[in-house]
Design a binder for this molecule. Structure first.
Ligand code: NOJ
Length: 530
């Protein structure tokens, strides 16, 4: 059976503002990405996903789009993008763009028209309601970013834990509706007031967005990451007024929309792909977005972003993934870090755990998504209050990538955010020079994954283990690998799991393996048969 590229690929997420700066203005850009493609080729990734680069007033740093078919000047031009794509393709690396279908910028010409009058033909491209007049919004939905997520460190384990969001309530500060004085109605925005929600039940909106997809597909883009795509099918009819916010994404409408998008993509040569940001933490619900292999090609499984460093918790994640995304449903995804969440090295509280987590991420059944800088073992930057620029307070994980040991770390004099802790030591230059570094571990894992059918497409079989240890085999015909991860801070003897196997990749530092058949603290191994 022919296997599409996105099933065996490792995808690398780039947050363009923070990746590499070619012109010294302190903000990363497309020419900066192009100049660093050799790093990605050396690392061995198969595709890169660029967080939004379209024209934007940057209220949400590109997730508020004012023109879906042009590049924002801060990142460069369409020609710069064409050049990046050509150079990436020349290295065998595919390019995936971030597409934001649920909302536009309030400065998009579509919204300008929509808010200009109740009679404008684009009025019903967005969601307008009377509510109870200027003092009472149509329902109690809350906008995101009302209160940035809070994280606190558990003193016993060193891990960060996310506190539940405190959105909601009847007070309409933080409401998902903004009153428009000119036309005396409320418009819906599930994110900032600068991000009005489109009404996808309007066929003109759907057609306009299909045109956007075609524009990029015709230009040779390999796929899309679709922002909060589960939200586009919300029922904006009469039901909207009374629908609980937690029901968004659960209706049928979104599935019909996704089937038509899938048909559009599959009509192109070259296995164009869409990975959906389905921010529903229940894996059973997330899995419905694969349809019957006729909706999203891939759907992000975000539960691991909030999973503690414990063998039993991770085992449960793997069991759920196998149960809800079996081969007849689709192909799973794995992600540990992205531009919205504290980096996993920081969450898990140590580089040893980050190294072991890399073994998990790159040996599970499914497509792994790496977030730029995790291969350097970066922690979040500590961003002083007066330098926080993100409305959601997600600045720490968006810190600039330190490329060099020198004091500017390869950036202009004033990068838009502070660097992560110990930037010289974590820089690409320093990590490249040290064969024991986490960077070289990632590279070894990527090479092992590419070379082994068991690792990139085999079945997964969970094994019995002592407490605190997770182990599984990956099997594709005669090719077999075993992965054993110690989630505890102690040595654990696992003679039965290791007998007859030799170590192909070890997350520990060279020379630090315990003698005999034990695992070191927070150590993970990829094993192959003797
Ligand atoms: C999810 C994106 O990942 C996040 O960065 C953004 O703020 C929201 N969607 C709104 O577009």
């Amino acid at each position: 059976m022919r296997i599409p590229w996105w099933q065996t690929a490792v995808v690398y997420q780039i947050y363009p503002r923070s990746f590499a700066d070619s012109d010294g203005d302190g903000v990363g850009d497309l020419a900066g990405v192009t100049a660093r493609l050799d790093h990605l080729a050396w690392l061995g990734v198969d595709a890169l996903w660029l967080s939004p680069i379209f024209r934007s007033p940057m209220a949400d740093f590109g997730y508020d789009v004012s023109d879906y078919t042009d590049v924002d000047p801060v990142f460069g031009s369409l020609e710069d993008l064409d050049h990046l794509v050509a150079e990436a393709h020349a290295r065998g690396i595919r390019v995936v763009l971030d597409w934001v279908p649920n909302h536009t910028s309030d400065q998009h010409p579509w919204f300008d028209a929509s808010r200009s009058s109740r009679e404008d033909p684009k009025r019903d491209w967005y969601v307008w309601r009377d509510g109870g007049g200027p003092d009472r919004p149509p329902n109690e939905w809350a906008a995101a970013f009302v209160e940035p997520a809070r994280w606190t460190r558990d003193p016993a384990t060193g891990e960060l834990r996310r506190q539940p969001d405190a959105t909601g309530g009847t007070d309409h500060t933080g409401t998902a509706w903004t009153w428009d004085e000119g036309t005396e109605q409320w418009y819906l925005h599930l994110f900032l007031p600068e991000q009005p929600d489109l009404d996808w039940s309007n066929p003109e909106v759907e057609a306009a967005m299909h045109d956007v997809l075609r524009f990029w597909l015709d230009r040779g883009i390999d796929g899309f990451r679709a922002d909060v795509v589960h939200m586009i099918g919300k029922d904006v009819g009469e039901g909207l007024e009374t629908m609980p916010q937690s029901d968004i994404g659960k209706g049928e409408a979104v599935h019909a929309l996704l089937r038509r998008i899938r048909t559009l993509l599959d009509g192109y040569e070259g296995d164009r792909m869409m990975v959906g940001e389905v921010f529903l933490l229940d894996p059973a619900e997330m899995a419905t977005f694969y349809g019957t292999r006729d909706e999203l090609h891939l759907s992000f499984n975000f539960a691991p972003l909030f999973t503690r460093w414990r063998a039993d918790r991770w085992r449960r994640r793997i069991e759920e993934s196998e149960r809800f995304v079996p081969p007849e449903v689709g192909w799973p995804t794995w992600v540990l870090s992205n531009h919205d969440t504290v980096r996993h090295a920081d969450r898990y509280g140590s580089e040893a755990r980050a190294r072991a987590a890399a073994v998990l991420l790159l040996t599970l059944r499914g497509t792994p998504f790496l977030y730029a800088g995790e291969e350097l073992g970066l922690f979040d930057a500590e961003v002083p209050v007066d330098r926080i620029v993100d409305p959601g307070g997600r600045d720490g994980c968006r810190a600039p990538i330190p490329w060099t040991r020198s004091s500017d770390h390869g950036w202009g004099p004033e990068p838009w955010l502070p660097f992560p802790p110990a930037p010289a030591e974590h820089s690409l230059e320093a990590r490249r020079d040290d064969p024991r570094s986490i960077l070289h571990l990632y590279r070894r894992l990527l090479a092992a994954r590419r070379a082994s059918p068991a690792l990139h497409r085999g079945d997964v079989v969970l094994l019995d283990t002592p407490e605190g240890v997770l182990a599984y085999d990956r099997v594709a015909g005669d090719d077999v690998r075993r992965v054993v991860v110690n989630f505890t801070g102690e040595q654990v003897a696992v003679p039965d799991l290791l007998a007859g196997w030799w170590v192909e990749v070890d997350s520990g530092l060279d020379g630090e393996r315990p003698a005999g058949s034990a695992l070191g603290p927070d150590e993970a191994l990829v094993l192959t048969r003797e």
